[in-house]
Write a protein that binds this ligand. Structure first.
Ligand code: 16G
Ligand code: MG
Length: 533
């Protein structure tokens, strides 16, 4: 350890609050996080030595309010941290300053790490005012762990995931720089959409989008991308940093509130989309010309669009025996699952909430399309599948390979997803309204219930069944039955907030609302009545 005491004194633990490495890493009020950042910097150097590769650290709290912050660790293939290391992170985060050095030394010993080996860590951060200070704490940790930090400054979360994979494949996946990222995506986009795509209307597809940047990192990055896209797409960026991060804007706001973000001149005929605060989620929306109302196209509709396009390409390339599937969570709208099974006729898998589960399941297929309803998702394509596609050399396979280049396969990426969606809509000559008509979402409602201890609620069957408190599932079943066909509800403890979430869907909004309310009442009754652990 280098200058350990001095670096520790700058990044000492101030309070006693317990914190765990949750669904998407650590997340809390930024003022609680300084010591966590330092410790994770050290841990990152150990992890990099264990896996003998560059790993990543991203400082962000995504769609949370500006005063929050967080940290995610990124493994060598650009994927989320190996889950078996999450408890190590949690342990290191919660011990006292006095215990820290011993704990680190035990970890080094346990993992058989030679601290003389090199340890490279890529670091990125979002635009939060606390991110710069917290980034310095991470770098202090990397210095203490005698590793090398490559500080990329302000980046989207998916950009760091991408660059980690690039460097670990020696550039095979792409150049590990921000410009390399824009170049790869924009070159593929221009190849598929034309240098002057911005001027070419294709049937009902108009090549213009309005991007809600959530007043976060996605806004400046979308503007940077614009330089690379040249005249291939018209893009107007709003909520570009002048307002408060994620406040009344961004993908999470639009999805949860089911309405357009602030500062938007909402017009019929335009195509809008929202990024979240770290640009790893995307939601499309528009004003419908028939009813003049807000309509939203979430992760489910995006997954269906992408999977059906891939299926079409594979069929016309005559390599249809490729195993293509869609991965969803219990939050996927019932209509989307029905459409995938009955119209697209593709296998669909349901996994627990959290990108790591979706990503992992998708990777088991030749081509896996995964999306959470909240707009986080991407496509994974196995190496053997790429090789197979390459072997069949024709116009369609060339197009398919270029299309795959548009995708950031490491994690959901709002920028890459936008380019993928725009490409598909153009190739189909479709308006957003036509895309929306693939199927009609069942009305649904998401609510939060605060209980004494959310951990008394445990689930199985990919969160679709409640295991404890005993009796809760039977009560939910009885309520759901009253609401009749196409009604569904489930509950799960949040992985990011101290609450239990209730999801309900039914044939009308009124029914979905009442169903959610009735289930929430039973949750508070049964969860409250179970003593704290
Ligand atoms: C995190 C997850 C997201 C999930 C959400 C659920 C990652 C990178 N992000 O943001 O996938 O949908 O948590 O939050 O895994 P909840 O547990 O509070 O409902
Ligand atoms: Mg996010």
């Amino acid at each position: 350890m280098k200058d350990f005491n001095e670096l520790l004194s700058r990044n000492g633990r101030k309070g006693h609050k317990w914190i765990s490495y949750g669904t998407a890493g650590f997340r809390d009020k930024a003022i609680e996080l300084q010591h966590i950042m330092f410790r994770m910097g050290i841990l990152a150097t150990i992890r990099a030595r264990v896996v003998k590769a560059t790993i990543g650290v991203m400082i962000t709290a995504s769609h949370n309010p500006e005063e929050d912050n967080g940290l995610k660790l990124i493994d060598p293939k650009g994927e989320m941290l190996d889950p078996t290391w999450e408890s190590i992170c949690t342990h290191l985060a919660n011990i006292s300053d006095e215990e820290l050095l011993n704990a680190i030394n035990s970890l080094i010993k346990e993992k058989g790490v030679d601290m003389k080996d090199e340890a490279n860590v890529y670091v990125g951060r979002d635009t939060r005012s606390s991110s710069d200070r917290l980034c310095k704490a991470v770098i202090d940790g990397i210095v203490a762990g005698e590793g090398s930090a490559h500080d990329f400054g302000i980046t989207t979360t998916p950009q760091i995931h991408y660059m980690v994979l690039c460097v670990n494949t020696n550039g095979e996946y792409g150049e590990p720089t921000e410009n390399g990222y824009y170049r790869k995506l924009s070159e593929a986009f221009i190849k598929l959409n034309g240098q002057n795509g911005a001027q070419v209307v294709s049937n009902n597809y108009v090549p213009s989008v309005v991007v809600d940047g959530a007043n976060g990192v996605g806004a400046p990055k979308a503007k940077q991308l614009k330089q690379f896209l040249g005249n291939s797409l018209n893009m107007e960026v709003i909520n570009d940093g002048n307002g408060v991060l994620n406040e009344n804007c961004g993908a999470d706001f639009v999805k949860v509130q089911q309405r357009a973000p602030k500062d938007l001149h909402f017009e019929v005929g335009k195509r809008y989309l929202s990024f979240d605060g770290d640009a790893d989620r995307i939601i499309y929306f528009y004003k419908n010309s028939d009813d003049g109302l807000f309509h939203m196209l979430d992760g489910d509709k995006i997954a269906v669009l992408i999977a059906s396009h891939l299926k079409q390409l594979l069929t016309s390339a005559q390599i249809a025996d490729i195993d293509l599937c869609i991965v969803q969570t219990a939050y996927a709208n019932g209509s989307s699952t029905h459409y995938i099974e009955n119209t697209l006729k593709l296998p669909v898998h349901c996994v627990p909430t959290g990108v790591k589960y979706l990503h992992h399941r998708a990777q088991q297929a030749d081509i896996g399309v995964y999306f959470e309803a909240n707009g986080h998702g991407t496509v994974t394509v196995s190496h053997t599948t790429i090789d197979r596609i390459k072997q069949v050399s024709n116009d369609v396979t060339l197009k398919l390979l270029t299309f795959i280049d548009l995708i950031n396969q490491t994690v959901g990426d709002a920028i890459s997803d936008m380019l993928v969606i725009e490409t598909i809509l153009r190739s189909r000559g479709q308006s957003i309204q036509e895309w929306d008509q693939l199927y009609t979402d069942l009305p649904n409602r998401n609510i939060k219930v605060c209980v004494k201890d959310r951990n008394v609620v445990t689930t199985g069957d990919a969160e679709r069944k409640c295991l404890t408190p005993i009796g809760l599932q039977d009560r939910i079943d009885a309520i759901v039955n009253k609401f009749g066909v196409h009604s569904r509800a489930f509950v799960r403890p949040s992985g990011t907030e101290d609450a239990v979430r209730v999801y309900a869907e039914s044939t009308t909004q009124e029914k979905a609302d009442s169903l959610a309310k009735e289930v929430a009442e039973v949750v508070s009754e049964l969860a409250e009545s179970v003593p704290n652990k």
